[in-house]
Design a protein. Structure first.
Length: 370
């Protein structure tokens, strides 16, 4: 696919955070090929990849946003969304700029589609971020807002600093990444929410300029070859990916290839970016998707971006007991033992649990680290 940003020359004042990139090779014609994601951008000197942040400088790929962030914020872990990973705890979240997908419905487009480096207001070393997580009482750091695979080198260094301080690492990603960098990146992650955008190649190609097959491969890799806790999110867009047939095929695939315990989140779309004429998702669509998932054997299917206590709460797959009550990001009922067992029947709830529920709630606390 034609990439207009590859025609933009990297300016000297754009690469103040330039860092040697990994996963690229030189081509016979003098260009360099980025091998981070299946897009395989082929770059002349001074050109950027579609992600906008990886560029050919000096006949090598560099990451132009190392150490630079679009902002830091302490969020509830449920906002990622992760419902089975240290519920109720705060997570220090940050991102950079750019994205290796072109989703026309992006709900975070001001960051992921940004071509303005003056949006990267905060500068922070990996140690600064890890120390900030400790000081703010966060149990984890989330690489989010834009896809962290495009700032892999920065994310990996932050993750290593977090591990040294017993801080967990969380990735929010579309999963569009090649095998070798995928192994390096996810080796340091403790939990991940993969944005499974739909279940057709047509949607991925037409609205995201990417590939469903690559994302499914990442999901199978995460579930079968790592110990990373996995959840998925699908933003349901009216008339695009919300048919009974597609939802049936998607949820059946998840049960067959990932297992019944991988939580699936179905979130409401609101008009944004280049799909302003598309209506918002009705709550009934989310409930329908949740029911289809449950009918196919998904034990924990959730609704998102709406107030829906039943659809947001967690129930025991053994006896049906309400285990974790939720209203948006606020927890209420808690009927789990310290290790995640149902207090009524003893069935183990799949996930990562450590003691009683956290009490962070729905608070959002911006931080300035620079």
């Amino acid at each position: 696919m034609y990439n207009k940003y590859m025609n933009e020359v990297v300016k000297s004042d754009d690469v103040g955070g330039a860092f040697p990139g990994r996963y690229w090779h030189m081509l016979d014609d003098g260009r360099v090929q980025c091998d981070l994601c299946p897009r395989f951008c082929k770059l002349h000197e001074g050109q950027r990849g579609l992600c906008f942040v990886r560029a050919n400088v000096g006949s090598k790929v560099v990451l132009t946003t190392y150490g630079r962030s679009s902002g830091f914020c302490v969020d509830p872990i449920e906002k990622k969304p992760l419902n089975h990973f240290l519920p109720g705890t705060p997570v220090l979240s940050f991102g950079t700029a750019g994205c290796n997908l072109t989703c026309k419905f992006c709900q975070n487009w001001d960051i992921s589609k940004s071509r303005e480096f003056d949006r990267l207001l905060d500068q922070a070393s990996p140690d600064m971020i890890a120390d900030a997580a400790v000081k703010t009482g966060c149990r984890s750091v989330a690489y989010t807002y834009n896809d962290p695979v495009i700032f892999l080198e920065y994310a990996v260094d932050v993750a290593k600093a977090c591990r040294e301080r017993d801080i967990k690492n969380v990735a929010v990603t579309a999963g569009y990444i090649c095998e070798e960098p995928r192994a390096e990146f996810f080796e340091l992650m403790d939990a991940v929410n993969v944005d499974l955008k739909c279940f057709t190649e047509d949607f991925y190609k037409r609205l995201c300029s990417s590939s469903l097959a690559a994302v499914l491969d990442t999901l199978k890799y995460l579930k079968n070859e790592t110990d990373v806790w996995v959840e998925t999110t699908t933003l349901l867009i009216p008339g695009e990916n919300d048919s009974d047939k597609e939802l049936d095929e998607m949820t059946a695939w998840v049960v067959e290839h990932l297992g019944p315990d991988v939580p699936m989140h179905f979130s409401a779309f609101h008009p944004d970016w280049k799909m302003m004429a598309t209506p918002a998702t009705p709550k009934s669509t989310l409930s329908r998707a949740r029911q289809i998932a449950r009918n196919n054997g998904v034990r924990h299917a959730y609704t998102g971006n709406v107030h829906d206590f039943e659809g947001e709460s967690t129930y025991c797959n053994g006896c049906g007991e309400l285990l974790i009550g939720r209203d948006w990001y606020v927890l209420s009922d808690w009927n789990l033992g310290r290790d995640g067992h149902c207090t009524k029947c003893g069935t183990l709830l799949a996930g990562v649990f450590d003691g009683p529920a956290g009490t962070w709630g729905a608070k959002r606390q911006p931080l300035h680290l620079g």
